[in-house]
Design a protein around this ligand. Structure first.
Ligand code: 5AD
Ligand code: SF4
Length: 443
């Protein structure tokens, strides 16, 4: 028997890339590859890239510089670039980085074994087509798990065309997978021990899959998953406010397994900026929506994304963003400095000066981190349910996540990954909680 070949994968960016990297590892597993934690000694190095902001794309080229030096001593090592930078500038990568053997876009991952065989012959290959076949039909079954939580892609691409965003160009138009396929994948995950599934999509609440005779929305899919024996928790990300339909809001009230935590990007609190961003909702629309979701599920915690320094953003616009954050109160949020992306409508507009954006970003991040800490601190003294995922740093300690997505450290030598246990929260640390098992003398 030949020794397994070693595959090193580096994943940049979002959770969909994490999911895609797993699927690519499974796909190349069929070609004799096993995962390795080191670039040195790898037969194939695969960089799964992100194009959302300029910095994310630049990282690829600096990593390729380092890999080039390593490859000089390992001439048989193959280098592949996947993900959204591959899709957006595949030709340029080929020209700029001769160290790269293969460029493969997100819609072509099922072709990886064939592409790998091609580059083994010494050729270079580029595949950034949007092929007519569904890649999910051609990827192997989920195999590599043994974990308590998993991602499951239900929808890809986006038709919203926010003025700053490359996703509609790199991931293409919105495509939803058929519900039967998703439920089959979920069943396979649960059989492997998965207890929590996070449904993924660039615009996941825009999901509308057809079962052949009728259309399913995300709420219907969530309800079907919540009926699945052995599956204990469901989450979904990332959503657009305009696609939060009534049925989905209701599901937050009546599906016990749907976790009370929602990531709902708003991007800005200023109406003129929201309009310039092509978000097609106002700050008031967002606030009203939050009220309705909280009415359905009063303990729900919220998270969001913000962009500061979008072209044309004035001090008053930024103040409106701060006011929205104060009004909502987020348990966490990501904030980014606007980064002009080639090919997007906003890229042509005049930029806000860098020092102004830098200062706004700092101000916003300080406010968000105060809210984040307050939300975390408010858990102290409460009884929560923790899904344990792995051992902690200290002996006998286990780490898991609460319903509200906080990491919780608990002394629990007899608890295993995949166990759900009631925990009393005793302390709030910098980025996590500590707790003690309830109703358990032995841990
Ligand atoms: N510049 C800065 N942030 C961006 N995002 C998307 N495109 C850009 C850009 N050009 C942010 C948005 C989105 C998150 C995933 O990334 O806030 O919700
Ligand atoms: Fe990008 Fe999200 Fe807007 Fe779609 S909805 S264009 S993915 S920011």
């Amino acid at each position: 028997m030949t020794a397994p070949r070693k595959l090193f994968i580096k994943t940049y960016g979002c959770q969909m890339n994490v999911y895609d990297s797993e699927r690519m590892a499974e796909s190349l597993g069929g070609a004799g590859y096993t995962l390795s934690d080191h670039v040195e000694g790898a037969d194939m190095v695969l960089l799964n890239t992100c194009h959302i902001r300029e910095k994310a794309a630049e990282k690829l080229y600096s990593d390729l510089g380092r890999i080039k030096k390593i490859k000089a001593d390992h001439p048989n090592m193959k280098v592949a670039v996947a993900g959204c930078v591959a899709q957006a500038e595949g030709g340029e990568i080929m020209r700029r980085a001769p160290v790269v053997d293969l460029v493969v876009g997100p819609q072509s991952y099922h072709r990886l074994p064939a592409l790998e065989a091609e580059i083994r012959t010494g050729k270079r290959a580029l595949d950034t087509e949007f092929p007519p076949e569904d890649k999910f039909d051609h990827l192997p079954k989920r195999s590599t798990l043994g974990r308590a939580t998993a991602f499951l892609t239900v929808q890809e691409g986006c038709d919203k065309f926010c003025a700053f965003c490359v996703v509609p160009y790199t991931r293409g138009a919105e495509v939803s997978r058929a519900p039967q396929r998703i439920l089959a994948e979920a069943t396979a995950l649960v059989e492997k021990g998965v207890r929590e599934i996070t449904l993924l999509g660039q615009n996941v609440n825009g999901y509308h899959g057809s079962d052949g005779s009728k259309d399913w929305g995300l709420a219907q899919l969530i309800r079907a998953l919540c009926d699945m024996k052995g599956l204990e928790r469901v989450r979904y990300t990332t959503s657009h406010p305009n696609d939060m339909e009534d049925d989905l809001i209701r599901a937050h009230g009546d599906c016990e397994k749907l976790m009370p935590y929602l990531h709902l990007p708003v991007q800005s609190g200023s109406d003129p900026i929201l309009k310039a961003m092509n978000r097609k909702h106002t700050a008031q629309d967002y606030l009203r929506l939050i009220e309705r979701i909280r009415a359905a599920r009063p303990d729900l915690l919220l998270s969001s994304d913000f962009i500061v320094g979008f072209p044309g953003e004035t001090d008053a616009d930024f103040a409106a963003t701060l006011a929205l954050v104060e009004t909502v109160g987020f348990a966490s949020a990501y904030s980014f400095k606007y980064s002009a992306r080639p090919g997007t409508p906003a890229a042509e507009r005049p930029n806000v000066p860098k020092d102004v954006s830098d200062e706004r970003l700092q101000t916003l991040q300080q406010l968000i981190s105060r809210q984040q800490k307050a939300a975390q601190d408010s858990m102290v003294g409460r009884e929560l349910t923790v899904l344990f995922e792995k051992p902690g740093r200290e002996p006998g300690q286990m780490v898991g996540k609460s319903e509200y997505l906080h990491a919780v450290h608990v002394p629990a030598p007899n608890v295993r990954a995949g166990d759900l246990r009631r925990v009393r929260i005793v302390k709030s640390m910098q980025n996590s909680l500590t707790g003690a098992l309830i109703d358990d003398k032995t841990g």
